[in-house]
Design a protein around this ligand. Structure first.
Ligand SMILES: [Fe+2]
Ligand SMILES: [Fe+2]
Length: 150
């Protein structure tokens, strides 16, 4: 009988940090995937052309983020991550904006934390850069929400 000694299967701290980073990347890809879909819906509900155009621009950023995270995932694992829609998109414009503000704020938190935890400087700078985009998106959505409220 083969001896499956525990030591052989125990992960080194580097390996488990790498595993956590890969899991975070999967979560990030899923969150971008959801945003791309929900912002398509939101864009079509926008009340002015200016808001519609700005949401389209934000959506393009999310497409770019999605590709960046997917490429990184592939680079680190050799596998392609297949994302699925996990969220329901709200069906009114104000609810969609509120949902967007919260999602963007949560993304900023998660990406900054992921950047802090990344050992690889390339991964770290990608997370920090994308966190800045999400912060800016949050401000745009908050602005539109305010405009539509009064
Ligand atoms: Fe994004
Ligand atoms: Fe965003």
């Amino acid at each position: 009988m083969m001896d499956f000694g525990q030591a052989e299967f125990r992960q080194t701290p580097e390996q488990s940090a790498e595993g956590q980073m890969i899991e975070r990347l999967g979560t990030s890809i899923t969150s971008e995937y959801n945003a791309i879909h929900c912002y398509e819906v939101l864009m079509n509900e926008a009340r002015t052309e200016t808001e519609k155009r700005q949401i389209a621009e934000i959506r393009n950023d999310e497409v770019r983020h999605y590709h960046t995270f997917s490429a990184l995932y592939h680079q680190l694992t050799g596998r392609t991550y297949s994302a699925h829609q996990t969220e329901m998109c709200p069906n009114t414009y104000p609810e969609g904006l509120r949902h967007a503000i919260e999602s963007e704020q949560n993304a900023v938190d998660f990406y900054l934390e992921s950047g802090d935890e990344a050992h690889n400087p390339h991964v770290r700078s990608i997370y920090y850069r994308i966190a800045k985009d999400e912060q800016q998106h949050a401000v745009w959505f908050l602005y539109f929400y305010t405009l539509n409220k009064f």
